[in-house]
Ligand binder design. Structure first.
Ligand SMILES: [Fe+2]
Length: 142
């Protein structure tokens, strides 16, 4: 079972963002699968942490690419969108630290199965969608 159905990710007006979202969802699904397996003792904690790191690294790279496009095209609400990215990075980092320190699988499971996917879809439908529309128009179509 996937947490995020790759075929159901809302599409925005820029291909590079859609590609990133697909990869983000794939990494989230991999992490969720590892957490599930870890809960029943089938997957070692190292695998969970490794996949969490992969998701975290990709999230940072992806946010960086969106932010660069916003700066290049002079997107006026840049600080709002950037602020939301910063908040998510901090949250992800603190969830990882918490898991590393406590091994609290229940909390990690609700983060990856509810917190992240709900945020992900909502963020795409709001900030990313508006940003992609603006950047794509500035670039003459997208
Ligand atoms: Fe974004």
């Amino acid at each position: 079972m996937s947490i995020v159905d790759l075929a159901a990710i809302p599409q925005v007006a820029l291909a590079f963002i859609n590609d990133d979202h697909r990869e983000e969802a794939r990494l989230l699904n991999d992490l969720a699968e590892a957490v599930k397996g870890h809960k029943v003792g089938k997957i070692p904690v190292e695998t969970v942490l490794h996949r969490f790191e992969a998701l975290f690294a990709h999230t940072q790279e992806h946010f960086g690419r969106e932010e660069e496009a916003m700066r290049q095209e002079g997107f006026p609400p840049y600080p709002v969108h950037k602020g939301e990215h910063d908040r998510v990075i901090e949250e992800m980092e603190s969830e990882e630290t918490h898991f590393r320190e406590t091994g609290d699988t229940g909390r990690l499971w609700s983060y990856v199965s509810e917190g992240v996917p709900a945020w992900f879809i909502g963020h795409i439908q709001s900030m990313d969608s508006v940003t992609a529309q603006f950047v794509s128009m500035k670039r003459g179509g997208g």
